[in-house]
Design a protein around this ligand. Sequence first.
Ligand code: GUN
Ligand code: FE
Length: 446
Amino acid sequence: MPTVYRGTIVHTKSLNEFESFNEGFLAVENGKIIGIGNDFNNWLSSSKIDRDSFTEVRLSKFQFLSPGFCDGHIHAPQYAQIGLGMSVPLLDWLNAYTFPTEAKYVDKEFALQIYRNVVKATLRCGTTLASYFATNDLGSTLILAEEAARQGQRALIGKVCSNCNSPDFYVETTDESVDGTQAFVTAIRKLNNPLVLPTITPRFALSCSKDLLQKLGDIAKQNDLHVQSHISENLDEIEAVKQIFNTSYASAYDDAGLLTKKTVMAHGVHLQDDEIALLNQRGTAIIHCPASNTNLNSGICDVQRLIKAGLTVGLGTDVSGGNSVSVLTAIKRAIDVSKHLAFFKKQDILGTGKAQNPDNDYQQLSYKQAYYLATLGGAKALALDHITGNFSVGKDFDALLVDVSVLEKPHRAFTVDELLEKFIFTGDDRNIKAVFVAGNLVKGSI
Ligand code: GUN
Ligand code: FE
């Protein structure tokens, strides 16, 4: 039986196309959107649906339906150390905190406990689609996939590959990396869950030999798989990659065939123009991770520059470089970073009187644009926008029921734009009353 939601509905159609329905409707059947618009009665009379054969859910004036959030880059095992090591640059942070933590996941009990919690926490925060890095360990990476499937989250999951420049206690041989990846892909296919897909995951160029990158590129190509990794995050990292590969960071991946339309690269803070052009040519997307870039002092990513150059951009929490599992928090931080950058571009913040080359036309990211990055932008980046990301007829119903009156009853009614603005700037997981993936209620209640 179809379900029809009636009330305020918001979503995006592109970076600059925000669409809302004030007294709208959204109809769902078998997990898919079968109708959306303003005129429910008109739609009903032209559809084959019987007047008495659907369930109606009426939203209150402080509630609205939104597409679910897409976390384009998150390290599930690092949930165990979230909030720690937040003042250390990337390469030291990896050695001091992250590698020792990730090495623990050979312990299946430990893995199950953390992975169960991270899927639960991300769903609670409205992440209906996540692109997860797990660890080098195959067995526990499968546990993460099973947990995502069990809890009903849409997820891309990667067994992390690293065969060099890593500590002895957390490194693989090339064969282990390749065989483990192949075994993982086979095992995920056996799960036979359309929501959970494998993704080829070289950790980053620095921890993979040329030979390993090439082999992973071949597996991705032969099986038409998603790919995820890191690019141009930190200046010391970039210098090391340059020394080892004798080429640009983007070319190191491209030479191995790893830049495809199904590839996402996290960060891209310090990309050169020729690298951006290469990524654009290959259809590879960037996942912007503002919290992590700030926490690890990696730098300021100018996402407007990437977007202007034609790249698809999504948002990532990058837990635990990022200190929150909430994509809503990532939206806030993306806006903050963009405002700081815009100020820096237009004015002098160094106390010397004037900006050296003021760019007075620079546009900071609006809250609607940041919301796009967190929904449709992410789905596009992950090449899943034919299934999710907004409320087009035929797509799966991946959605949030948001209520801005949960903590305090507002003193007046809000326009649709105000509802979204309120949620973005003051909201948190408590305002997300229900979460749906492919039409299934996976968190909360209606
Ligand atoms: N580069 C390589 N590994 C990592 C990681 O775990 N987090 C971040 N932020 N960058 C990385
Ligand atoms: Fe990361």
